[in-house]
Design a protein around this ligand. Sequence first.
Ligand SMILES: NC(=O)c1ccc[n+]([C@@H]2O[C@H](COP(=O)([O-])OP(=O)(O)OC[C@H]3O[C@@H](n4cnc5c(N)ncnc54)[C@H](O)[C@@H]3O)[C@@H](O)[C@H]2O)c1
Length: 379
Amino acid sequence: MSDNTLRVGLVGYGFMGRTHANAYAQVGHFFDLERRPVVTAVCARNAERAREFADRWGIETIVPDWQSLVARDDIDLIDIASPNDTHHDIAIAAAEAGKMVLCEKPLGRNAAESREMVDAVEKAGVANMVWYNYRRVPAVTLARNLIDEGRLGRIFHYRAKFLQDWTISSDLPQGGEGLWRLDVGVAGSGVTGDLLAHCIDTALWLNGPIDSVSGMTETFIRERQHNITGKVEPVGIDDASAFLARFGNGSLATFEATRYARGHKALYTLEINGEHASIFWDLHDLHRLQYFDHRDEGTTRGWRSVHITDGDHPYMDKWWVPGLQIGYEHTFIHQVADFLAGVESGTPAAPTFRDALATDLVTDAVLKSATSRQWENAG
Ligand SMILES: NC(=O)c1ccc[n+]([C@@H]2O[C@H](COP(=O)([O-])OP(=O)(O)OC[C@H]3O[C@@H](n4cnc5c(N)ncnc54)[C@H](O)[C@@H]3O)[C@@H](O)[C@H]2O)c1
């Protein structure tokens, strides 16, 4: 391998394992970087499926567990793309071994775990980042740029929702492969830590810190068979979660996530209303940003649907020609590109572990508020 290779050890070959493997494979084709990431080893629990994954992505080595991956001295970076209950121990071990660490979201199952992970990477002084990829949808990045330019003026409202419908059936078991999200011991929480975490990360990035929240959650199906024990067990996750929030900048917000919105598979939308202008974005139409500016000339004033494909839109000079759009997988490629650029420049790309801890503090406060029925501080 050439000297500029950044050797990645990947934990997990599932949904996120694939998006990350693709990002490492593609990034050097489109972005100018000093170092070229190569997944040199993958760790997995099912050796046969790991072999298939390694063959498909050209990965040389398969190791049986994450401990062996972290112990290898031919790995520069550990990338955690496994379920939430694995993040804490792997990230801390990787940091102590002096590796760079990338971790899927949510950082920990709760803020206490995340805080220990932040301490570990900061003590070791290793580069770190959390895969909140929606920040790097070009339309969302453009929203941030417009806010930074002051186009919206004072912000009054932030509104976000993330809707799915895949757990409505009471026959669906909990736990194990593919269904670990329903097992509270593995996931930490339900839609609050899974879906709302994305909405909160984007919101903190676009609109600043959240001061306090008032939340409610519901578990619609209270018992499910567990795939590992075979027994019918109580369901500990929240199936639906909604909360009100007050931001530090004085704006008011509503957030909602559920896996019980029949007809919706992954409807993430956000809207921001400012003094001069408003922004709306929808994951199902991710290459568009809806923008309304009250300062436009009155007779033609209205919502603009901006197709985010021009070379002066964020990231788009790296892709095709104006008018041709990109998609979901590109957000991960952008994230790797920014991470590597941050390592090169010495200015870390966000969200770092510390940035992602802020999201876990909000999700903890939402869950606490749902139980206490009080407003809770989110800082
Ligand atoms: N950024 C995003 O948009 C996004 C989307 C989906 C999932 N995620 C996050 O990514 C992580 C993985 O989710 P997924 O959907 O890819 O899950 P998945 O079930 O598709 O894949 C999980 C992978 O982890 C492996 N694994 C499980 N336990 C392990 C262990 N102890 N050691 C090593 N490998 C282990 C499994 O073999 C599998 O390959 C989760 O933290 C999830 O919250 C993020």
